[in-house]
Ligand binder design. Structure first.
Ligand code: F6P
Length: 340
């Protein structure tokens, strides 16, 4: 078989290990492998390149994706579905789609509605995909964010400031939550929980009363700010740019107003997403890649590799894309034990 693979949506540490593993396992079974370049864009344009030993060696530790990515939505491009149907038969016989809710949402529809031979691999630093306990990329993002929080602590303490660290996570607060707990944040703001500036300020004040004249607050870029309405352009999947909320800066100003303390904000942004994956993300990427190749070998279309406990299993793509995996309330309660 000629098996294509594509990576869609925001890039993510661990994508290259997936590609490497898919190829290695498929070659064992005599299949040919191709990169469909730049996500669904390449599937519409039939832009492919063969993936052999030369292309896939030395990529395990590299961040990003060697086959490029985009936020193209097949269903929002005229003739998109027809073009992708033609890709099958003309160029490939099966496809491994590696992506988050958007990319896999398209994969799920193409499989369910068009009967195309597609399997999925879940990817996102945000860890908000349903059907799997964790996605690769998340561990790297949390590692980077935790290191940043550690660094911010010492400068906050030296200057007697409250510093807000803004993490990625537009719909779900997993990165803020995990890095905030691991980094000992004095308050954590996530999209799932209403923002209350007075509460944040109270935590900072409590610390002052205990002689700690500095605080570190971790805020997810997707936190819903009171009175703020998103506007502006949306992408092909209907997402607004949450950066426009300026969550870090806004929270810093509101805390300063209420406490009189000098505040600063720092946005971690793409640093969380770029660069080399942690060993854990490499392992998860490799294991997902092997599973996806096995699904192709077994003709189990419409399924996605997933982590359940310590086991890599497969679940229907429809389950993974039906809803987002948000931070449950009890996780946030765990974090609150350590506030202020
Ligand atoms: O892929 C997830 C993510 O990193 C979100 O955390 C973030 O809001 C978004 O992508 C940024 O998207 P873009 O790369 O289009 O700026």
């Amino acid at each position: 078989m000629r098996v294509g693979m594509l990576t869609g949506g925001g890039d993510c540490p661990g994508l290259n290990p997936v590609i490497r593993a898919v190829c290695r396992r498929l070659w064992e079974n005599g299949h040919e492998t191709f990169g469909v370049l730049n996500g669904w864009r390449g599937a519409i344009d039939h832009n492919l390149k063969p993936l052999g030993w030369d292309e896939t060696s030395g990529i395990l530790h590299k961040g990003g994706t060697i086959i490029g990515t985009s936020r193209t939505n097949v269903y929002k491009n005229e003739g998109g579905v027809e073009a992708v149907k033609k890709l099958f038969g003309d160029h490939i016989d099966a496809l491994v789609a590696i992506g988050g809710e958007d990319t896999l949402g398209v994969a799920s529809r193409l499989s369910a509605e068009e009967g195309l031979p597609v399997v999925g691999v879940p990817k996102t630093i945000d860890n908000d995909l349903n059907g799997t306990d964790y996605t690769f990329g998340f561990d790297t993002a949390v590692y980077v964010a935790t290191e940043a929080i550690d660094r911010v602590h010492s400068t906050a303490e030296s200057h007697n400031r409250a510093i807000v660290v803004e993490t990625m996570g537009r719909h779900a607060g997993w990165i803020a939550l995990f890095s905030g707990i691991a980094g000992g944040a004095d308050y954590i703001l996530i999209p799932e929980v209403e923002v209350n500036y007075d509460d944040v300020a109270a935590a900072v004040e409590r610390r002052k009363q205990r002689g700690k004249n500095f605080s570190v607050i971790v805020a997810s870029e997707g936190a819903e700010l009171p009175g703020f309405a998103d506007e502006g352009e949306v992408d092909e999947f209907g997402h607004v740019r949450v950066e426009n909320r300026a969550v870090g800066e806004t929270v810093a100003q509101e805390v300063e107003k209420r406490t009189g303390m000098q505040t600063r904000a720092t946005v971690l942004g793409y640093i969380q997403r770029g660069g080399t994956p942690t060993p854990r993300d490499r392992m998860l990427g490799l294991r997902f890649g092997l599973k996806a190749a096995d699904l192709v070998n077994e003709g189990k279309w419409g399924r996605m590799a997933a982590l359940h406990g310590d086991d890599v299993v497969s679940v229907p793509l429809t389950e993974a894309t039906a809803e987002l995996k948000l931070v449950p309330r009890d996780w946030y309660e765990t974090a609150k034990t350590f506030f202020g």
